[in-house]
Design a binder for this molecule. Structure first.
Ligand SMILES: [Mg+2]
Length: 290
């Protein structure tokens, strides 16, 4: 029993920490529209120093803190927490900018901004997957109202939940894809179709229609290949940090924290809100979800 619990905890830690290391690796290659001939396999400096995570992990961190503090999703408190906790030096997308400086609810553009941060909801609501769509949609609407932004987050949330609740023996690629596709299709049919047909054209793009299918299928094609998947995505062009981060949240939930290469674990930023703090958050999400 102890071993079982312990291994589940390591999946919570794996999901948050792999999200962070993948984000930090992809940070150096973000927005390079063409693949470099030299593959990145270790942390390098980009707009932040080597080993630092970006807004993807920052926003996941803020969501995790809210869920722990409020014992679930409390939208008003969560919105306030985003305003109080966001560090703009970590980077920000147009929707977050609008949330801070605009007057309307949620930006109406297809965006990766929800999918990149959504993993904590799948971790927190592990025992209540029937609530997952409602809480993902609600959390998304604060900043993102476009159906594809919500659908992308639904895809990642269900993939994380499936990965977390299956092991090497019970994992079924087709079953996982079917669940992701059917739930995504409730919100955005074109994205569901791209996922279902394994349509990975334009995989170097930044659109939610290319990032989500690529992140999900990189996991499904080789579920145990955490390191290789991150390196592939960090070198795939376009929104590399976000693609790698979304894949990392799923792969880490399946493979656990021990699958993170030592050099990445050791090199991840560990100042305020860094590695040890994220580990602590993962432990609290695990405790609250039981
Ligand atoms: Mg980013």
């Amino acid at each position: 029993m102890f071993h079982q619990k312990n291994s589940l905890l390591r999946r919570y830690e794996g999901s948050l920490l792999t999200l962070a290391v993948a984000d930090a690796l992809g940070m150096a290659t973000e927005r390079l529209m063409e693949r470099s001939s030299d593959q990145i396999t270790d942390f390098q400096a980009g707009f932040l120093p080597a080993g630092c995570y970006t807004d993807d992990t920052e926003q996941a961190r803020i969501l995790a803190e809210s869920l722990i503090r409020d014992s679930g999703l409390d939208l008003e408190k969560y919105a306030l927490h985003i305003k109080q906790e966001t560090r703009f030096k970590k980077g920000f997308g147009p929707s977050l900018r609008k949330f801070f400086f605009g007057n309307t609810d949620g930006h109406f553009v297809p965006s990766n901004g929800v999918g990149m941060k959504i993993a904590p909801l799948a971790l927190f609501y592990r025992r209540q997957p029937n609530l997952l769509n409602d809480v993902v949609e609600a959390a998304a609407q604060i900043t993102h109202r476009h159906p594809a932004s919500v659908a992308g987050a639904i895809a990642i949330a269900h993939a994380v939940h499936y990965a977390l609740t299956h092991n090497y023996m019970t994992f079924d690629r087709d079953e996982c894809l079917e669940r992701v596709v059917s739930q995504t299709g409730i919100y955005d049919e074109p994205l569901a179709r791209k996922l279902a047909t394994h349509d990975l054209r334009d995989n170097g793009g930044c659109s939610v229609y290319s990032t989500i299918p690529l992140a999900i299928h990189t996991f499904l094609d080789a579920p145990t290949e955490l390191e290789r998947g991150i390196i592939f995505l960090a070198n795939s062009g376009g929104d590399t940090d976000t693609k790698a981060a979304m894949f990392g949240a799923v792969s880490g939930a399946f493979n656990g924290i021990d699958a993170i290469p030592r050099r990445w674990y050791a090199g991840l930023e560990n100042g305020p809100k860094g590695r040890d703090y994220l580990l602590e958050l993962a432990g609290k999400l695990y405790a609250k979800s039981n």
